[in-house]
Write a protein that binds this ligand. Structure first.
Ligand code: DGY
Length: 321
């Protein structure tokens, strides 16, 4: 019997509950594995499919978009979509979707894990205990910085930025934020005050980044911005690596311009600036922002919901315009 199910390209293996639905509803262009496809394999897969789910490491350029003539929808398994040439997709009428909302809490929680780990030297403490060289409690051992009662500077006050701010309430922190488009009348709690980027950088004890990567935010934080921060301040980035000039960050950390950094994302992922790994005032995570079982399953379900809508001729709920 002919298989009439639509063809789907998956650039990576997704969590089991998502794969179970995929296998029931679609013909897979090929069996996915848990590794980034080569650009040629990615393009070939996209050219054979009616719908595709791709991940943030897949660069989807204009040439690929125009070559994939059978493709109706590209569902990005992420909220950020800087990996896709959106202008080319719009020009060719290809629907691109993302996965907002379902990863907000996971990413905000991870931001806090990184923030606390950086300020309180959690990773150094773990390494000391594991090394067998810990000789016991000491009044001067691994002293970190207070978080409670300090000022949190949030760059980008979208869903994730706001979720990070909500968590700061429990730490009695002063919240200051910067967005490129401050609302005329803000719906945010009035105690969260807007600041220019310059003022926010000078005022915050911890600066955390939650803007999408775009030409406007590429190297938003460079040498000049780092120099505005306090020497006791920490920088946290769980958004996208290229928002921070990694070379300038290394210099700022080495010369004590800022006190430390917690990074989940990098300029050239998965390559990490070699100097960062040498600095003990830095905590490095492998892009874990949305990495909870729940969030990653929901992200897959959101992709499938968007694909189903487009294949049925309905508007995609998360169509990026
Ligand atoms: C996203 O959704 O953009 C995240 O970076 C994935 O973890």
């Amino acid at each position: 019997m002919t298989d009439t199910r639509p063809t789907l390209y998956l650039s990576r293996l997704l969590p089991d509950p998502v794969m179970a639905i995929v296998r029931e509803r679609f013909q897979l262009v090929h069996e996915p594995v848990d590794a980034l496809p080569a650009p040629s394999a990615l393009r070939e897969g996209l050219c054979q499919a009616n719908a595709a789910i791709v991940t943030l490491g897949d660069r989807i350029d204009a040439e690929t978009i125009h070559a994939a003539t059978r493709l109706k929808i590209l569902a990005n398994y992420a909220v950020g979509y800087n990996n896709i040439d959106l202008a080319a997709a719009q020009q060719r009428g290809l629907i691109v979707t993302n996965t907002p909302d379902v990863l907000t809490n996971a990413t905000a929680d991870l931001t806090w894990a990184l923030l606390l780990a950086t300020a309180r030297r959690v990773v150094e403490g773990d390494a000391l205990v594991r090394s067998g060289r810990w000789t016991g409690w000491s009044p001067t051992q691994l002293l970190g910085a207070d978080v409670s009662g300090k000022t949190l500077g949030i760059i980008g006050m979208g869903r994730i930025g706001q979720a990070v701010a909500q968590r700061a309430v429990g730490f009695h922190m002063v919240v200051r934020y910067h967005t490129s488009h401050p609302p005329a009348t803000s719906t945010l709690p009035c105690e969260w005050e807007f600041r220019s980027l310059r003022d926010l950088l000078g005022e915050a004890d911890i600066v955390t980044i939650h803007v999408p990567l775009s030409p406007a935010t590429h190297h938003l934080i460079g040498a000049r911005e780092l120099a505005l921060m306090r020497p006791t301040a920490f920088l946290i980035n769980t958004a996208r690596g290229p928002i921070v000039d990694e070379g300038a960050l290394v210099d700022a950390l080495k010369t004590g311009i800022i006190a430390g950094a917690g990074l989940d994302v990098y300029e050239q992922e998965p390559v990490v600036h070699p100097a960062l790994a040498q600095l003990k005032q830095v905590v490095l995570l492998p892009h874990l922002g949305s990495a909870t079982v729940h969030a990653r399953v929901q992200m897959g379900l959101v992709c499938l919901e968007n694909i189903q809508a487009v294949l049925d001729g309905r508007p995609a709920p998360n169509h990026i315009h």
